[in-house]
Design a protein around this ligand. Structure first.
Ligand code: HEC
Length: 240
């Protein structure tokens, strides 16, 4: 009898271990993955109202973040930015440092990592090479670096002597007369509509230059209307 009791209690122990395992697996599936982003910060300026700089998770070909962690000045301590996004859904394709609007829709991407490159149980650790965080720095990285500098300054030449590379772009654009259309400025401070940059990126601006810049903008794969508005906000913010 004693033996039988022993066997029964042993069985109970084995069973409870099993259910413990099941629970653990279940927890991993529901709690999701975790990503952390770190960066050394040399400039931190908040984005204009209506936009967030976010560590965000996106599903395949999705424009809306399934989850995001909005970055703020309080995440920067002693020149280091540290943020963590947990509960990342299994359907996530990329984790990005991106500008999002109030509906969590992607405006532009500053940095993107493919989640499948990481072991499922590992934290997705991202050391971000960017040091400047501002409205203009976002445009530099998410638009100029991503879509423009290959013709405007990255190689030996810059089309129309317009360098859109970091540290040069702003001085080359703001209140500088256009070389192709000398009656207008490349960017007219405070006035998007009178800026060539705005005109060549707007729908209908395809033929203003010999190169179709609207198409170049579309290739970024984001909502171009949102992106144009974000660029226009920057032009408006410049004092005339
Ligand atoms: C495939 C090469 C190419 C890419 C990529 C490109 N451009 Fe250009 N861009 C040109 C060429 C060529 C011209 C001159 C066209 C002309 O004068 O008709 C030009 C002219 C311009 C001008 C007018 C300069 C002036 O002084 O008149 C602006 C502004 C400009 N590009 C901005 C951009 C921006 C912003 C991007 C990225 C979204 C971009 N370009 C991407 C080739 C390119």
């Amino acid at each position: 009898m004693r033996h039988l009791l022993y066997i029964i209690s042993l069985l109970a122990l084995v069973c409870s271990c099993d259910s413990g395992d099941v629970e653990e697996v279940y927890q991993i599936q529901t709690s999701g993955r975790t990503a952390s982003l770190t960066a050394s910060v040399s400039q931190w300026e908040p984005l204009p109202a209506g936009y967030n700089l976010s560590l965000a998770a996106y599903p395949v070909s999705g424009q809306y973040a399934s989850s995001q962690r909005v970055l703020s000045a309080s995440d920067v301590k002693d020149g280091r930015l540290r943020v963590v996004l947990s509960g990342i859904a299994d359907t996530t394709n990329t984790v990005e440092l991106s500008v999002t609007n109030v509906l969590r829709k992607r405006v532009l991407t500053l940095l993107s990592v493919d989640v499948s490159a990481y072991e499922p149980k590992d934290t997705i650790r991202i050391e971000c090479p960017l040091t400047r965080f501002s409205h203009y720095a976002s445009i530099q990285k998410g638009v100029f670096d991503a879509a423009c500098i290959r013709c405007h300054g990255e190689g030996a030449q810059a089309a129309r002597d317009l360098y859109l590379t970091e540290n040069q772009s702003e001085a080359m654009l703001v209140d500088v007369i256009s070389k192709s259309h000398p009656d207008i400025k490349r960017v007219a401070s405070g006035n998007p509509e009178e800026s060539l940059l705005h005109q060549i990126l707007a729908e209908g601006g395809e033929n203003i230059l010999h190169v179709n810049h609207v198409e170049i903008l579309h290739r970024l794969g984001v909502d171009t209307d949102l992106l144009r508005t974000f660029i226009d906000h920057w032009i408006k913010s410049l004092a005339p």
